[in-house]
Design a protein around this ligand. Structure first.
Ligand SMILES: [Zn+2]
Length: 175
C-alpha cells in the first residue's frame, strides 16, 4: 500500500510519475504478483488505479492532520466499486486474502483490504503523507508520540524550516 502510494513522487522534481501509461501500471502490478503476466490494461484502468492511489494519499494526509478531502474519497470509493478480494480461513492461523482472478479488480481489492486491515488493527494512523511542497511521500511515523510530520527531516523538514527562517528574516528587515 505504501509502495503503491509512492509510485508518484516528485520530491526531487526529477523523480517522475511511475504510472504514466497503462503498460507501466500493468508491469508495476505484475512485478508484485498482483496481476497476471501479459494482462492488458487501458487508460480507464489507469485512471481508476490513480484515483485509488490519490484517495489513499488523501487518507494519509488526513493522518497527518489535514482535513479529509471528501472529493478524493468519493473518487476513491467510486474507483473501488467492483474491486474484490477472496478470503481463505485457516484453523489457528491468519486468514489469507487473495485476488480471485489476478486482474485489476483483485489488485485494487487487495490494496484496499490492506488499508482496511491497517485501519482495523490501528497501525494505519502512523502511515502519513508528507505535506512538504511537491512532496506527498507516504512514510511510516516511528516517532514515540506519533508526532512525525515530514517524510525526512533532512529534506522536507529542513526545507520548510529554511523557508520559515527566510520569511522571518524578511519580516524583520522588510517593510
Ligand atoms: Zn516530504
Amino acid at each position: 500500500m505504501q509502495a503503491f502510494a509512492n509510485t508518484f513522487w516528485d520530491l526531487e522534481r526529477h523523480r517522475p510519475e511511475k504510472l504514466r501509461t497503462p503498460q507501466a501500471l500493468a508491469s508495476w502490478l505484475e512485478g508484485r504478483g498482483l496481476l497476471n503476466r501479459g494482462a492488458r490494461l487501458n487508460e480507464g484502468d489507469l485512471r481508476r488505479a490513480t484515483e485509488v492511489r490519490e484517495g489513499i494519499r488523501s487518507l494519509l494526509f488526513a493522518n497527518n492532520g489535514s482535513l479529509p478531502d471528501h472529493a478524493a474519497l468519493e473518487r476513491l470509493n467510486l474507483a473501488l466499486q467492483g474491486a474484490c478480494v477472496c478470503v481463505r480461513l485457516n484453523a489457528g492461523g491468519w486468514p489469507q486474502f487473495f485476488s480471485p482472478h489476478n486482474d485489476l479488480d483483485g489488485a485494487l481489492g487487495l490494496i484496499a483490504a490492506n488499508v482496511a486491515l491497517a485501519q482495523l488493527e490501528g497501525g494505519f494512523a502512523r502511515l502519513k503523507a508528507c505535506p512538504g511542497p511537491d512532496c506527498g511521500w507516504a512514510f511510516y511515523d516511528y516517532s514515540r508520540n506519533q508526532t512525525g510530520t515530514w517524510c525526512s527531516m533532512s529534506i522536507c523538514g529542513s526545507r520548510i524550516k529554511a523557508r520559515q527562517y527566510r520569511r522571518r528574516q524578511r519580516g524583520t528587515h522588510g517593510a
